[in-house]
Design a protein around this ligand. Structure first.
Ligand SMILES: [Zn+2]
Length: 215
């Protein structure tokens, strides 16, 4: 795939749904002077992060091998899960909270395999069968988890997870960021600005009850 095809802003119809961060003015005020600004600085302004030795941030992102957060050792917790869905790993959040961390960067990316889960199901089942799983068990497992991890679209999938985490952990700053695989630059999904203007109740109403169930 060409670099252009892997650009979130030039392809995939994402360009109009992402806000670019080209200067400090493009960063929401409540993220300034926080670890969120530091992370954006490392990716977009070539400003390496200086670690204090204390954990500053939790990064939640996809398992995607083409993306590595540009962070130093001794700075952030990182929870990587398919599609950046933290469902089932909420315990990790209780741990980082206990360690004093109050900022989460939820990083989505373009060209995510979790948009292709439905067509990948047979391959996933075969992968488990090759590990000596019984076929019935492999089929049930893939069926149940596919519903949890699949997303129609990377930006909508990220919004769904953001709203869910927002409701579960309302006293933490959660920053939805979106990385373009082609450039490693971070963007802000435009829905976030609408979210900031809307009432907390309306955001709460958008969380599906089944999304709040922890497995
Ligand atoms: Zn992904």
């Amino acid at each position: 795939m060409s670099k252009e095809e892997l650009s979130a802003t030039q392809n995939f119809g994402f360009g109009s749904r992402l806000s670019q961060i080209n200067s400090r003015q493009d960063i929401p005020e409540h993220w300034l002077n926080t670890p969120i600004e530091d992370l954006i600085g490392a990716h977009n302004f070539q400003k390496p992060i200086v670690a204090s030795g204390e954990p500053a941030l939790l990064i939640v992102t996809c398992i995607e091998y083409r993306f590595q957060p540009e962070i130093p050792n001794m700075w952030a917790y990182v929870n990587r899960c398919a599609g950046g869905r933290l469902a089932g790993s909420e315990f990790s959040v209780s741990y980082i909270l206990a360690k004093g961390v109050r900022h989460i960067a939820l990083i989505g990316h373009n060209d995510c395999g979790m948009t292709k889960v439905v067509e990948s199901k047979p391959l996933l089942i075969e992968a488990l069968v090759s590990q000596r799983w019984e076929r019935d068990r492999a089929e049930d497992f893939v069926e149940q988890n596919a519903a949890r991890f699949m997303m129609q679209d990377e930006i909508d999938g990220q919004k769904r997870e953001f709203l869910r985490l927002r409701q579960l952990f309302p006293e933490v700053e959660i920053a939805p960021l979106f990385v373009s695989i082609a450039s490693m630059r971070l963007h802000i999904p435009k829905w976030y600005f609408d979210y900031l203007k809307a009432s907390p109740e309306s955001a709460q109403a958008k969380v599906r009850p089944e999304d709040l169930l922890m497995l």
